[in-house]
Design a protein. Structure first.
Lengths: 140, 499
């Protein structure tokens, strides 16, 4: 798309969307958000970028191919699920370690396997959506 | 206990990740092969656990049933998982020979492993919506596998395949929505009680018919089978073999599960329809095959015809019939995948799958001819091969309840199946090659042919073993049928399973 306004705005928008997608990813589970919606917003950021600068440059900005990102995401999500095995729980049981308390209300923050799973989902969605849209854009 | 249920699904997913990341290296295909071996080990462990404990269930994420997703394995599910792993391993070996390197680079092995994971998940899940998810996983993977490698024909087949399958999943999903609206639960074991308690049984029957149509498209029953012969003759042989062996069986399995566990309120109506559907499926499939002259198209129509026998086992709804249906399901996966493997090797030797353009295989490839005879005649129901026992059980079950017409059609279709198989035999193996040459596999290095021959021989050996020593398999099928007809154990295990 040859529009100076759009390309200029895109720079701002892309950064904003991407930060917002990470915010959505991190706030998930206890509040509305999570890996899926975060991944979608992150994909929108890259789609805006590819509309402004062309799919070739957008691919370069991504560094890895979207399919590989999705595959890594699948692997990470799977590992997060399998981690429950170490703790003696069924697949995908969330493992929580609370810092400075013992529950969501009291703790300062937590280290947990749910976020790892969400990161996996984020990457799967980001990679999946981008591999579709890039394929469409490059064909035309 | 729950990890025994998880591993047959988790292993192929892990193999898919590894195989995709290594897709441009030789190591990728061996990751896939190792994954298939490990899947077989995992499913054997599952089978051992089921044989020891009976029905086993596990609550994923520690959410109690009916709120979380339950994985559950009874005899039927366990044997389907094992047979899926066996077919998967056979295909992985066959693919070493058949699949060219540039297709491997596109991620063939990863997609294949995801497909296996999807099929296994569909067999093991105890949750209706989760079943839908596995159907989607299968659909995505199978669509990609169908069109991988490109070409007009494949795309054409892929569009038909995905369009009709999407319609099926939509109907299935609508059915799930309605059922959830009525009962407020999606756990299959919980649904059994919830559906039986409903006042509005008429509505339940309507929903049951939606499920029948949705699963019917997947299983390729009459009159919903058009997508199957339109698509199964185009992809690589390894892929069409795994499709032919497993995909339609997932539909049959889902029918068997839902129409023994949940929709049993009006058996006189729903299962009566299923009887006629089955008979028409058997007959139209075999008649359709008679008109074809392409190796794989004949086999594709025979899938349809044989699906009819399996759904007939469900439709007659007696212990013996269900036992026959279960036996048929297992036998047919082995035999049909094997026949598609043979078709691939026949093309490797003779250069085509069009029966008018090949011939002379009996003279130049006697081993292949022998290995074709075994699954082909097993399919047709020749004693003492596995297909004979499968058909025998179904026919006896029909005679037992004095359904003379059903038994007559079952026997007639068996006879017509022999006609098709002898047609392939006569045209591909016996008649001389129309170009006057001796078909040789010289276009491929010997390693390729060996990799493709090994799974054919292995599956043929299994057919023979089941044929000559059917006793343990029949007993297993009997227990599986009893568990289907009286699913108290299933329901209690799922709803009472502590994580």
């Amino acid at each position: 798309m040859n529009s100076i306004i759009f390309s200029a705005a895109a720079r701002l928008l892309v950064a904003l969307l991407f930060v917002f997608s990470l915010f959505m990813l991190l706030r998930g589970h206890h509040l509305p958000g999570g890996g899926f919606i975060g991944g979608l917003i992150g994909a929108v950021a890259f789609i805006v970028y590819s509309l402004a600068c062309g799919p070739a440059e957008a691919r370069a900005a991504l560094r890895l191919s979207p399919e590989v990102i999705a595959t890594w995401g699948l692997g990470i999500a799977l590992l997060a699920g399998l981690f429950a095995f170490v703790m003696g729980d069924p697949l995908f049981t969330g493992q929580w370690y609370w810092v400075g308390g013992d529950s969501y209300e009291t703790a300062a923050f937590s280290i947990n396997s749910v976020l790892v799973f969400d990161i996996g989902v984020y990457l799967v969605v980001l990679g999946g959506i981008l591999s579709l849209t890039y394929a469409f854009e490059e064909e035309t | 206990m729950s990890w025994v249920l998880v591993m047959p699904i988790a292993v192929p997913f892990a193999a898919a990740v590894g195989a995709y990341l290594l897709r441009n290296f030789t190591a990728g295909r061996y990751v896939s092969l190792a994954g298939s071996v490990l899947s077989l080990v995992a499913s054997a462990v599952l089978m051992a656990a089921v044989l020891e404990h009976g029905v086993i269930a596990g609550q994923m994420s520690n959410w109690d049933a009916p709120f979380g997703i339950t994985l559950v394995a009874d005899y039927l599910a366990a044997v389907m998982v094992v047979i899926t792993a066996i077919t998967g391993l056979a295909t992985a070996i066959y693919a070493l020979g058949e699949i060219p390197e540039h297709v491997e680079g596109l991620g063939f092995h990863a997609l294949f492993q995801v497909l296996i994971a999807g099929v296994t998940g569909a067999f093991l899940t105890g949750d209706l919506f989760n079943l839908y998810v596995w159907f989607e996983v299968m659909l995505i993977a199978s669509f990609s596998l169908l069109v991988i490698g490109g070409g007009k024909e494949r795309l054409d087949a892929g569009i038909k395949y995905v369009a009709l399958n999407l319609v099926s999943t939509l109907i299935f999903l609508s059915g799930i929505g309605l059922l959830y609206g009525l009962t407020g639960t999606l756990n299959m074991a919980d649904l059994r009680g919830a559906v039986a308690d409903l006042d509005n049984q008429g509505l339940v029957t309507v929903i049951a018919m939606m499920f029948m149509v949705g699963f019917g498209v997947k299983a390729a029953v009459f009159p919903l089978f058009f997508w199957l012969p339109a698509s199964y003759h185009t992809p690589y042989f390894a892929i069409s073999a795994v499709f032919a062996g497993l995909l339609t069986k997932v539909g049959v399995y889902a029918l068997m599960r839902m129409f023994t566990l949940v929709f049993v309120g009006d058996v006189g109506f729903t299962h009566e329809i299923l009887i006629w559907v089955s008979l028409l499926t058997m007959f139209t499939g075999v008649i359709g095959a008679a008109a074809q002259t392409d190796f794989r198209k004949i086999l594709s129509f025979h899938i349809i015809s044989q699906i009819g026998y399996m759904t007939l086992g469900l439709a007659l709804f007696t212990p013996l019939a269900l036992m026959g249906g279960v036996f048929y399901l297992v036998h047919h996966i082995i035999v049909k995948a094997n026949l598609f493997f043979v078709a691939g090797l026949a093309k490797q030797y003779a250069g085509s799958t069009d029966l008018n353009r090949i011939g002379g295989l009996y003279k130049s490839a006697p081993l292949l001819a022998a290995l074709f005879i075994i699954p082909a005649f097993s399919l047709a129901g020749f004693p003492p091969l596995s297909g004979f026992w499968a058909k025998y059980l179904i026919v006896v079950a029909a005679l037992e309840i004095e359904a003379w017409f059903v038994a007559f059609v079952a026997l007639l279709v068996g006879l017509l199946t022999i006609f098709s198989m002898t047609k392939i035999w006569g045209m591909a193996f016996w008649k001389p090659h129309p170009d006057g040459i001796d078909p040789t596999p010289d276009r491929a290095p010997p390693g390729v042919t060996r990799a493709m021959m090994a799974p054919i021989a292995g599956l043929a050996a299994m057919t023979i073993v089941i044929g000559f020593y059917p006793e343990p398999f029949v007993q297993f099928a009997e227990t599986a049928a009893m568990q289907l007809l009286l699913p108290n154990d299933y329901v209690d295990t799922v709803l009472g399973a502590r994580p």
